[in-house]
Ligand binder design. Structure first.
Ligand SMILES: C[S@@+](CC[C@H](N)C(=O)[O-])C[C@H]1O[C@@H](n2cnc3c(N)ncnc32)[C@H](O)[C@@H]1O
Length: 196
C-alpha cells in the first residue's frame, strides 16, 4: 500500500523511530489471531503503528498518546489521509499525566524507554481480563544483552533502566511475560489465570 510506504519513507528521512518490520508484523499477527479490538498505544510518533493496527479490521479502535506537538500533528494528518479518523483517536499529552478512559485488549508501550515501568503501572488497571501489555525495544539494538557495545554514559543508563524493567516484568506476581527476540525485542505480558 503506497501510503504506508510513504509514511515509512518520511520516518526514515526525518529520523522518526517507528516499529521495525518484524516487530510490527508480529504484533499485527497477534492482534488478528487473538481478535483484539481495543488498543491503547503509548507513543504515536507519526501514526505508523496505529494505522497498521487499524487497517487489520474496521472493528479495531486505537487510542494513542503522543507528547510532541509536531509529531501529533503529522500523525493526525496521516490518519486523515488514510480516512481512519473513526478508528484512531490521537491524544496530545504526556502519557504519564493524561487521563484515558476505557478498557483495552492490548496496551502497547512504545514511548520513552526510561519510563516503561511507570507506563506499565499507570495503565495496567485499564487492561481487560484477557488483555495483554506489549512492550517494544527491550533489546535496544542488542545493547541490553551486550552493554559493552556502547561507552556512552546516557545510553548505558538507559540500558540499565531497560534491564530493570525486564526484571520488574519477570517478578510480577499477578502477570506472566513472554519475551520474543523479534524486531528490537518485544514482550507480551498477561494476567495469570484467576488474577484480577
Ligand atoms: C518509538 S516512537 C513511537 C513509534 C510508533 N509507535 C510507531 O511504531 O509508529 C516513541 C514516541 O513516543 C513519544 N513519547 C515519549 N515519551 C512519551 C510520553 N511520556 N508520553 C507520550 N508520548 C511519549 C515520543 O515523542 C515518540 O514519538
Amino acid at each position: 500500500m503506497g501510503e504506508i510506504l510513504e509514511i515509512k519513507k518520511y520516518a526514515k528521512e526525518n529520523h522518526v523511530p517507528i516499529m521495525q518490520d518484524a516487530g510490527i508484523d508480529f504484533l499485527c499477527d497477534y492482534i488478528e489471531k487473538h481478535g483484539v479490538k481495543r488498543i491503547l498505544e503509548i507513543g504515536t510518533a507519526i501514526g505508523y503503528s496505529a494505522i497498521r493496527f487499524a487497517l487489520i479490521s474496521h472493528e479495531i479502535k486505537v487510542v494513542t498518546i503522543e507528547r510532541e506537538e509536531e509529531l501529533y500533528q503529522k500523525a493526525k494528518m496521516n490518519i486523515q489521509k488514510m480516512q481512519l479518523e473513526d478508528q484512531i483517536e490521537v491524544i496530545l499529552g504526556d502519557a504519564l499525566t493524561v487521563e484515558v478512559e476505557g478498557e483495552y485488549d492490548l496496551i502497547f508501550i512504545d514511548a520513552a524507554k526510561s519510563q516503561y515501568q511507570k507506563f506499565f503501572l499507570k495503565y495496567c488497571s485499564a487492561l481487560a481480563k484477557e488483555g495483554v501489555i506489549v512492550t517494544d525495544n527491550l533489546s535496544f539494538h542488542g545493547m541490553v544483552e551486550n552493554p559493552e557495545l556502547t561507552h556512552n554514559r546516557n545510553t548505558r543508563q538507559l540500558i540499565h533502566k531497560i534491564q530493570a524493567y525486564i526484571e520488574f516484568l519477570k517478578n510480577l506476581e499477578d502477570y506472566e511475560t513472554t519475551f520474543y527476540s523479534i524486531g528490537d525485542g518485544v514482550s507480551v505480558t498477561k494476567k495469570k489465570e484467576g488474577r484480577g
